[in-house]
Design a protein. Sequence first.
Length: 441
Amino acid sequence: MANDLHPTASPDHFWMPFTANRQFKAGPRLLESAEGLYYTASDGRQILDGTAGLWCCNAGHGRREISEAVSRQIAKMDFAPTFQMGHPLPFELAEQLSRITPPGLNRVFFTNSGSESVDTALKVALAYQRAIGQGTRTRLIGRELAYHGVGFGGISVGGMPNNRRAFGALLPGVDHLPHTLDLQRNAFSRGLPQYGVERADELERLVTLHGAENIAAVIVEPMSGSAGVILPPLGYLQRLREITAKHGILLIFDEVITGFGRVGKAFAAERWGVTPDILTCAKGLTNGAVPMGAVCVADHLFEAFMSGPESAIEFFHGYTYSGHPVACAAALATLEIYRNEQLFEKAIALEDYWQDALFSLRSLPNVIDIRTVGLVGGLQFAPHADGVGKRAYEVFRQSFENGLLVRASGDTIALSPALIVDKPQIDAMIARFADAIRTAG
Ligand code: PMP
């Protein structure tokens, strides 16, 4: 049964993001509260959260440690500027974050979202190249099917056509590497797919075409989440690292989804043993409770900014809410939960069980691929005659009817439960999901 909007809530004013507004209003799905692995919908039904919100709430919902830290902080100091001023919390948080980032990425710039983290990272890359006397390096390279948020920088390097097409010319001087999805060779791979490392070599072709001296940075999601859980082929990230290092091109990992245990380590960079020059994150940083993002930058990049006159502002960039005290309080409490409950380790310990559970769906109707790593999974459905995404949307809708929240993206459904999930909850998710797939046909 579809939920109705609350009697006092007018459907006419909220312009919903990434939503078919008119379709939604005809049958709204509303969530009212959340605890652990469950949402409660407005009609009172318990909805098992198969997505950790939007890949954010890695420690589960309703964490008192976070809400208490947030309310204490609002009462103590609700806001403080961080332009030419400071307060202790972002210093403390940056230090704590640098303990779990890959080696050498110890400088942290705070933002309020993944999109802002991406645009900040691109600006750091461009400004760094100038700072070291490589000002001709202005080109940026993204990848097909990538999602890097909705800023103009992010949609320019991003490679999802729907996110770009309504918005004109975007940033000039941007190229895209080929994506790494390969159903012909890699369907139903467990973990990283075997084939496709050579797709990284396209970067060499772009270097030949444009000249390394004109290229500032390459940005990739180590694992594409929003496009439907696309994993890097074995050796692919290493190859990108080798080629970028050889040509003085910076490598940026967008870890907005993969960060904070999703792939079984603090970051995908650690899981797959490749260290970028810049790493973006958000979402799980505060367990989704307060908007916040971060850009973790290699020490040697930071040092290059610090070589000018001491009285000069080194990087003309920042947000009113960079290092917001309430967001910092939420993030500090979140990192403490991750540490105390060893949630990244839990994710890796459950990986095989999770993978087996997802692969049990292999023979259901129209399932043409299953991709999984850590505590994330993507099931891709055969294209429907009525167009891209029709089948996955129907499975999403039916799952919600069955009391399970999943995420539809194109022809793929993504699942990414909170890292506190246990085996019976995984079984319940898979049972509801299987039923939805069968009903949707
Ligand atoms: N980068 C990646 C890899 C993402 O997955 C997302 C959001 N899903 C973003 C950036 C944008 O984050 P936000 O929605 O917080 O701006």
